[in-house]
Design a protein around this ligand. Structure first.
Ligand code: FAD
Length: 429
């Protein structure tokens, strides 16, 4: 395994960082002002997108793009450092057409959409002309376990009819959101079908009659302008051709969607943690109390050191996951799934710890909106739930470990030194 950034990644990262510093950072205060004034997306965003695309900094995330689709075709491993760079500024990814949940939705459409669906939804998404949301979670059931989902879909003539309620649907309040990819329970239930074959994915236009965005839910009192929305679906009727993939294949497709998306989330997290550590170290060098700089206190030094060690550990694990995804079928799918589950837990824990320390170094200012720390902390807290809670990922890692152990059950006793083994040493000849 070689995680050294390729020459292509190094060149792109240098250009991306320069673009971010030259065009995006100077607009950051105006971005916040615009959102605060209720103007979202800010008027300059489209100009920045056009510029990024002209500079070849566009769709950096999708390895399998076709020849006629715009983008760079980087591997997951090559893209990871670029996601880290973008993570430092939460609105940056959209400028490069690399923002969640569109990236996951694009991957989904790329793999499973029919030619007509590609033309209607995938092409505009790849060109950044629209945005989309992925609607799985529901308020009335534990959505960690998607077999619980209750939103229904049934066939009626040449139509699919949906009913239910979704919530925390990221991106649904974005004014350019045109598509909801909705995971629904098939009705009537099919006798004998496995619990994992009873759901389907339906492509629902955001403005379809019966779709009602009820509210944009605040996350720890922070309202994301693109929204984490509660959505009511009441007798929503779409043509049968809006079924994505096969009837009953919703679960399998949801799994496929989440792998690369988690690597992106984790690398963006690492970018935020790097920035938080940098800010904390600078603050510790400048701020004095009781006759000493904060950087001279042993506990502050420990915090900085622990953050450095944990960030570097996490980055290596995430790069390994990206590398594993790039190996495709050469590696067992179960091993890749377990690794992706592991990084999701590691990244959420990392962000909570590193941000908490950085905020402590900053004093009260760390809680204010004047630095990015408070927003990063909030995001880190949410990360413990997004794409499934930590406990479910831990369960996946443990199940994989136990499955491995089952295949070699008993082999561990070779390492024992029981009295019986000690009394009866084997003969060499
Ligand atoms: C900011 C944000 C954005 C989101 N964006 C989206 C989105 O775009 N689309 C979407 O569909 N959803 C989205 N979600 C929802 C997210 O996917 C769910 O919150 C998550 O899957 C958990 O479901 P739940 O909230 O129903 O928790 P529940 O399923 O009710 O679980 C509650 C708790 O039970 C415990 N638990 C559950 N299962 C186990 C287990 N097997 N072992 C041990 N403990 C367990 C865990 O501690 C868990 O936190 C978002 C959430 C947030 C916070």
């Amino acid at each position: 395994m070689d995680f050294a950034p390729s020459a292509r990644t190094q060149a792109l990262r240098a250009r991306l960082d320069a673009f971010l510093e030259r065009y995006l950072l100077p607009h950051n205060p105006a971005w916040h002002q615009s959102v605060q004034d209720g103007v979202y997306p800010p008027p300059f965003l489209e100009d920045l997108k056009t510029l990024a695309r002209e500079e070849g900094l566009w769709n950096l995330f999708l390895p399998g793009l076709r020849a006629d689709e715009p983008g760079t075709r980087l591997t997951h491993l090559e893209y990871a450092p670029l996601a880290e760079s973008m993570g430092r500024l939460p609105w940056a990814a959209e400028v490069f057409n690399c923002s969640a949940p569109d990236t996951g939705n694009i991957e989904l459409l790329h793999r499973f959409a029919s030619p007509a669906q590609r033309a209607q939804w995938l092409q505009p998404l790849l060109e950044g002309r629209m945005r989309s949301a992925f609607a799985m979670s529901e308020p009335d059931v534990a959505s960690s376990d998607p077999t619980n989902l209750q939103t229904t879909v049934h066939r009626e003539g040449d139509a699919l009819v949906l009913n239910g309620r979704k919530w925390f649907i990221t991106g649904a309040a974005h004014p350019h959101c045109r598509l909801l990819i909705v995971l629904c329970r098939n009705t009537p239930a099919e006798d004998g079908a496995s619990p994992h074959a009873q759901h389907s994915m339906v492509l629902v236009p955001r403005d379809a009659p019966g779709v009602q965005v009820l509210r944009n839910i605040a996350v720890l009192h922070h309202h994301a302008p693109e929204g984490h929305c509660e959505i009511l679906l009441q007798d929503v009727r779409v043509p049968a051709s809006h079924l994505l993939g096969a009837w009953g294949a919703g679960f399998a497709m949801a799994q496929a969607r989440l792998g690369p998306g988690r690597v992106h989330h984790c690398m963006r997290t690492i970018g935020q943690c790097e920035l938080a550590l940098q800010l904390a170290a600078e603050r510790a060098l400048e701020r004095r109390s009781f006759g000493k700089y904060l950087s001279e206190y042993a506990n502050v030094q420990d915090w900085l050191a622990e953050s450095r060690i944990e960030i570097d550990q996490a980055r290596l694990l995430v790069l390994q996951a990206a590398w594993m995804l790039d190996q495709g079928e050469a590696l067992p799918a179960a091993a890749v799934r377990a690794q992706v589950a592991a990084i999701k837990v590691v990244a959420a824990r990392l962000q909570s710890r590193v941000l908490d320390r950085a905020i402590q170094v900053f004093g009260a200012m760390g809680l204010s909106p004047d630095t990015p720390l408070a927003q990063f902390w909030t995001w880190g807290r949410a990360l413990h739930f997004m794409d499934g809670p930590d406990e479910v990922h831990l369960r996946s890692v443990a199940r994989h470990e136990l499955a491995q152990a089952r295949t070699r059950l008993g082999a561990g006793s070779a390492w024992f030194t029981t009295p019986e083994q000690m009394r009866a040493p084997p003969r060499i000849r």
